[in-house]
Ligand binder design. Sequence first.
Ligand code: FMN
Length: 230
Amino acid sequence: MNINAYSIEQNLEFETLFKNEDTIAFCYPIYGSCVPRIMREFALKYKSCLNGKKLIIFCTQMLFSGDGARAFARLLPGCEERVIYAEHFLMPNNICNFSLFPMTEREKNKKPIKALKKLDRVCLDIQRGTVKKRGWNLFSTLLGKTQNIAYVKMEEQGRSSFRTDESCIGCGLCAQKCPTHNLEMIDGKVVQKGNCTLCYRCVNLCPKQSCTVYFHKKPKKQYKGLDGKL
Ligand SMILES: Cc1cc2nc3c(=O)[nH]c(=O)nc-3n(C[C@H](O)[C@H](O)[C@H](O)COP(=O)(O)O)c2cc1C
């Protein structure tokens, strides 16, 4: 759609960027039908800059999230009416050490291609002025709520759940890539600061597959994201 895309991890003047736009799209992976904590904190920090803006919300999910896309709109009082498009996209599971949903080759290869095709269709829809709000019905809300309840506890327990073992070579990649700066290298060892957002980036990136968060089973197959860079 010829727009600028940024990561919330970039060190940018987001107030200025938001001020110059009348429509802003937010994209995030769903965590237990909740917006990831790091994204929630971002939204709340810039909520005043989003007043009066039209919003597009895209949410990725492994299976289902009920009202995953609506969850973002709920964070900002009064903005639900300003959402012009909300959609869910199926992507591979990034919880690579959870045996109930193992990453299959089919999932790894097919889901991203399908998601990109869907994205093309959605962009055309938006350009034509179609308004669609996925997750805005009662059934989706109830489905989302059931997942929220379990996830709130998981999120709290997960804050200090990083683990690594003797296979760690102290390369520091996990600390370098952690989006919340939860990990720090001290004397060649990884130390956590109780701020894990459960993004699984360390688990998926570790060259020795030594890192785990929340579930402490070692990952078999890591998820490298759409472009392999995470
Ligand atoms: C902590 C956590 C909770 C998750 N909860 C859900 C969920 O409730 N429903 C779901 O379909 N996927 C869930 N997932 C999977 C991710 O949403 C999915 O793998 C992600 O959207 C992958 O897309 P990405 O390439 O945009 O990261 C969860 C992942 C994590 C790390």
